[in-house]
Write a protein that binds this ligand. Structure first.
Ligand code: ATP
Length: 365
């Protein structure tokens, strides 16, 4: 079911946790609210669930305004981080709880279906304390889904799991959402988690949505410095426009001339003399040194620098490079051998396709 938030806001005393928010979450999507602690994502989720009364605005499910409905009358279920399973009930009775409360007696078929969906067949008679954290989370999920909600809300449901299990459950949740096709709204502060699972992500900051986009767009073309830095390393440098035409800006950063496609300027200064920030993701950059440095293709953005640190990270090496534009320009290079290809102290040329450069307004905090 499509969820529409219209001017939805929440204040606690004189503190505004959520500024008036307009947001449409399409039916059947896996939607993530992503942001640092305190940015208002849980409050937003709780207003959708009916657990928090909005200060202003409305929540629509499909065409129905549900703002005034109590939680149990909404076709919405929530899974919390602290599973909240009943310790004295076994797995099947935990899962059946919602149906029995509604007076439904023959629950076996539906419970079995849920056990299969969350891959807990064979565990039906265990108590929660006899389950691992990941298994308990699956029970909590089954218990919410057996009520056949039209929307499932997930509030940091994987927060208590160790990293490996978290990664596994992220894929599981995505599989389950695809299988049942209802709308999932997932709250997390973990950008990798949001990007793994969600088809659309709203990055929140200070009670506002800073950018709403699919994961690749957020990463490749962030609209603000906050989003650029929240989703990885962005190598932001200050630059000045020297020359521009309809397709491209030529900009100068610490003595180097760089090119920026006009379409990736994000509304930053585009006239000669204007200041802007430009960024490029670390894995988009190639490092060349020695005689090969002379052969860097014309038309690529290039900076000169010296390696100050090389950290072996298994899959890749992270180089930090002192350049006139930035003292710690980060570059990730895929590892082929055991040791980093280049050592600290090496003079290098950093170069990349201008199409990977993004521009941002220089006047942001
Ligand atoms: P976290 O990841 O830490 O849960 P969050 O992004 O989900 O953070 P919220 O729980 O939505 O953030 O809280 C947003 C802000 O509103 C916080 O500054 C919080 O302290 C404040 N807040 C939340 N609930 C209340 C309340 N009942 N009374 C007063 N302030 C509150």
């Amino acid at each position: 079911m499509t969820i529409r938030l219209s001017g939805l806001s929440k204040t606690f005393g004189d503190f505004t946790a959520v500024h008036p928010l307009d947001l449409t979450i399409p039916e059947g999507s896996f939607f993530a609210l992503l942001g640092a602690s305190g940015c208002g994502k849980t409050t937003t989720l709780r207003m959708i669930a009916g657990l928090e009364e909005p200060t202003a605005g409305s929540v629509l499910l499909g065409d129905d305004d549900i703002t005034a409905l109590p939680p149990h009358r909404r076709p919405v279920n929530t899974v919390f981080q602290n599973y909240a399973l009943f310790p004295h009930l076994d797995v099947q009775d935990n899962i059946a709880f919602g149906l029995r409360r509604r007076g439904i007696k023959s629950v076996k078929k539906q419970v079995d279906e849920m056990l299969e969906l969350v891959e807990l067949g064979g565990m039906a008679r265990r108590r929660p304390r006899q389950l691992s954290g990941g298994q308990q989370q699956r029970v909590a999920l089954a218990r919410a889904l057996i009520n056949q909600p039209r929307v499932l809300l997930l509030d940091e449901p994987l927060g208590a799991l160790d990293l490996k299990l978290r990664r596994q459950m992220q894929l599981e949740l995505k599989r389950i959402q695809t299988e049942i096709g209802i709308t999932f709204v997932h709250v997390t502060h973990d950008q990798e988690e949001a990007m793994t699972m969600a088809d659309t992500v709203a990055v929140m900051r200070g009670g506002r949505v800073e950018q709403l986009a699919e994961p690749a767009e957020l990463y490749e073309n962030p609209r603000t410095a906050f989003v650029a830095n929240f989703l990885g390393t962005s190598n932001l440098i200050t630059a000045e426009v020297t020359d521009a035409d309809a397709d491209e800006l030529r900009i100068e950063a610490a003595g180097s001339t760089l090119r920026l496609p006009a379409a990736r300027g994000n509304g930053a200064a585009a006239d000669p003399g204007g200041q802007l920030l430009v960024g490029v993701r670390p894995e988009k950059i190639t490092l060349t040194h020695g005689a090969d440095a002379e052969k860097v293709a014309v038309g690529r953005n290039r900076l000169n620098g010296r390696i100050v640190d090389a950290s072996y990270l298994g899959v890749s090496t992270q180089y930090l490079i002192d350049t006139p534009a930035c003292p710690e320009f980060a570059v990730y290079e895929q590892n082929v051998g055991r040791d980093p290809r280049l050592v600290p102290g090496t003079d290098v040329v950093l170069h990349w396709d201008p199409a990977h450069t993004f521009g941002l307004d220089a006047g942001q905090d």
